[in-house]
Ligand binder design. Structure first.
Ligand code: ADP
Length: 412
């Protein structure tokens, strides 16, 4: 906040000084032009042998337009020559337009645009321009590029403004990086809290169970012995699963996923995963339907990672279901590969969350069903692995109506 306020302060000061400098340059430009035009008028009066008028013949009509009352003979080539030489003398380098007007009819009788880069320094070089001999004429001078000319003279100010702009861009970028890091560190803190919690529950359950097993009288109750041994076994499995998840992620963090590709039968992999999940499914009274219709299910893929991918998707389909999970896994042949869909009847995902579920550590902030634990790593891993196989994963879902994850897996 302080840095932003300082940068804002510096920017406002810079704008103020640039404006002031511009104002000063403008005033100087006006003064120079007035003097130059006054001198031109004086020379014309002396050439016409008419006395100079009592009041100043030069009038500034607007910021970049001046008129000079001459009331005498005006020779366009002489006028152009005098204007050029007076402006050059005063270092006024802006191109200009001049016009000669007839006083009685308020009409322009002649006009020309003069580019200072076209060097014409002698009056004789432009002798064909018209001439008005009778009195009653005035001329006007306009600078179409006045602002550009003034800005051109503000070199140091342009430089300091450019430097300030670079500072502001760097500052904005630094702020962006800091905020991003802050968000990442918050996400990681959440992850560590979450993980500690996930590990604490099985560890304490195992501790309590071993306490019971240490009691020598338990030998007399073999059924209780079996019950506690099973608890320890299950909790141990849970711990193993957690460790697996974290390891999956760690394997992704190494730059190269290092796929060990071989020809595998996708249907075999799906069936293996489904068999390993039957216990979890039965616990929730669920069912899995397989429609493995792909005609050539052989694909070139990493068996270990692909097994994890299907495991994660089926595991989520069981986890994120408030009733009895009914899961349908379908495969179908499509040009270049196989389409695999995993459909469930779970809680579904809203459109807003659909965009984010594949991000690392992202978990849908569910109010009522947050007894389902996880690290928010599963789908990120799934997406990385599918993409490493040059495949694609998409999700289709309506909150309350389940989800369908579709994987397009290339054969080779
Ligand atoms: P985790 O399950 O460990 O939280 P995931 O990356 O596997 O992490 O999933 C991210 C989030 O996506 C989950 O928190 C969950 O809210 C949502 N999600 C994933 N799969 C499903 C599903 N089949 N049905 C509903 N929500 C899901």
């Amino acid at each position: 906040m302080l840095a932003t306020i300082s940068i804002l302060g510096i920017s406002i000061t810079q704008i103020y000084w640039v404006k002031r400098a511009f104002g000063l340059k403008e005033a100087e430009f006006d003064r120079q032009v007035n003097t130059a035009l006054f001198n031109v008028a004086a020379q014309i009066f002396s050439l016409n042998n008419t006395p100079s008028p009592a009041n100043n013949p030069v009038k500034q009509i607007s910021t970049n337009y001046y008129v000079v009352m001459v009331n005498g003979e005006i020779d366009a080539s002489l006028l152009e020559f005098l204007l050029r030489s007076e402006f050059e003398k005063r270092n006024i380098q802006a191109n200009f337009e001049y016009g000669i007007y007839d006083c009685t009819h308020e009409k322009m009788v002649y006009g020309n645009y003069v580019k200072l880069s076209d060097k014409v320094s002698k009056r004789e070089q432009n002798p064909n321009l018209p001439k008005w001999v009778n009195a009653g004429y005035y001329f006007g001078v306009q600078f179409p590029n006045r602002e550009a000319q003034i800005l051109n003279q503000m070199g140091i100010w342009s430089f300091s403004s450019a430097v300030l702009l670079i500072v502001i861009i760097f500052f904005g970028y630094t702020l962006f990086v800091i905020l991003k890091q802050k968000r990442l560190s918050e996400i990681q803190k959440d992850f560590i809290n979450n993980m500690t919690h996930e590990f604490k529950t099985p560890i304490s359950t195992i501790a309590v169970s071993t306490e019971v097993l240490k009691d020598s009288s338990i030998v007399q109750h073999p059924e209780r012995l079996l019950q506690y041994a099973t608890i320890i076994e299950n909790e141990n499995k849970r711990l193993k699963q957690h460790v697996e998840r974290v390891l999956q992620m760690a394997s992704l963090d190494k730059e190269d996923v290092g796929l060990k590709k071989e020809i595998i039968n996708l249907h075999d992999v799906i069936e293996d995963v489904v068999n390993s999940m039957l216990v979890a499914l039965n616990e929730k009274d669920g069912a899995i339907h397989l429609h493995l219709d792909a005609l050539s299910p052989e694909i070139k893929a990493d068996r270990h990672h692909l097994t994890n991918v299907i495991f994660n998707l089926v595991d989520n389909a069981i986890k994120y279901c408030s009733g009895k999970p009914v899961i349908t896994i379908t495969t179908a042949q499509q040009p270049g590969g196989i389409k695999l869909t995993i459909q469930d009847n779970g809680i579904g995902i809203s459109d807003e969350n659909k965009k984010r579920i594949f991000q690392k550590f992202y978990r849908v902030p569910t109010g009522n069903i947050h007894d389902v634990k996880g690290f928010g790593l599963g789908l990120h891993y799934v997406k990385q692995i599918v993409e490493a196989h040059r495949g694609r994963i998409t999700v289709n879902s309506q909150p309350g109506n389940g989800c369908t994850f579709t994987l397009d897996l290339p054969t080779a």
